[in-house]
Design a protein around this ligand. Structure first.
Ligand code: PGA
Length: 261
């Protein structure tokens, strides 16, 4: 089954509106001309700025192949949830995707598998593609429980979703020990967990659905290691933090994905 690759930039809490639109202008210059995502091996390209920067980035990206996503989403439509943003607000702002359950949200903002599940369902309901993040910490890997952790995060995070809902889901496997540390998982380590995730997805949703779901790798992906990772059978793209803040690096990763499997 051939899956269109997705290269997604997670800008985290970086880039003002002015800086973000400049970055997208620079990325546009470097991407293949008039590239039509998913045709002739060109990956889909996504950037996820902070909420306040989304508007200017949507404007800058207009007419290009660059899609814009958020870094979080609340499960309610509206109401007394100070500091949160709903799916309809993101839709109106022009977001097509939202990152959900990033390890920094789990670590610093009390995100749990249960809240990941609620946010994911809200995204799907609103027609927003949820990029659901999973991954083990260094301690968990060293204790030999990587698969247990990832399986729990996948099963709980996607609980109650149907195979049809899964058309709006992308998984991102991000080993926490590789995020922002420069310590990237080896191609084999990453492929092993991606293949395991696909086994879980097959058990939950059946083979056809599982075979169509994109599983991204995230954690210190850079131009010099992207090609090897993206050539792995079950690695369908990248969720890129640090390297997505530099147009040349991000575009180089998009190019590496274009030449992938
Ligand atoms: P990194 O971040 O590429 O800077 O390691 C990845 C992520 O947190 O999504």
């Amino acid at each position: 089954m051939s899956r269109c690759k997705l290269i997604a930039g997670n800008w985290k809490m970086n880039m003002t509106s002015a800086e973000g639109s400049q970055l997208v202008e620079a990325i546009k210059e470097l991407l293949p001309d008039g590239s039509d995502a998913c045709q002739s091996g060109v990956p889909e390209v996504l950037v996820c700025p902070p909420f306040l920067t989304i508007g200017s980035v949507v404007n800058a990206a207009r007419g290009s192949c660059v899609k814009v996503g958020a870094q979080n989403i609340h499960w309610e439509e509206s109401g007394a949830f100070t500091g949160e943003v709903s799916a309809s607000m993101l839709n109106e702002a022009g977001c097509t995707h939202a990152i959900i359950g990033h390890s920094e949200r789990r670590q610093y903002f009390a995100e749990t598998d249960e809240t990941v599940n609620k946010r994911t369902k809200a995204a799907v309901k609103a027609g927003i593609v949820a990029v659901v993040c999973v991954g083990e910490t260094l301690g968990e890997r060293e204790s030999g429980i990587t698969n247990d952790i990832v399986e729990r995060q996948i099963r709980e995070g996607l609980k109650g979703l149907t195979p049809a809902d899964m058309e709006k889901i992308v998984i991102a496997y991000e080993p926490v020990w590789a995020i922002g540390t420069g310590k990237v998982a080896t191609d084999e380590q990453a492929q092993e967990v991606h293949a395991f995730i696909r086994v879980i997805l097959t058990d939950m949703f059946g083979e056809a659905t599982s075979g169509a779901i994109r599983i991204l790798y995230g954690g210190s992906m850079k131009p010099d290691n992207a090609k090897g990772l993206l050539a792995q059978k079950d690695i369908d793209g990248g969720l890129i933090g640090g390297a997505s803040l530099k147009a040349t690096d991000f575009a180089a990763i998009v190019n590496a994905a274009s030449q992938g499997k």
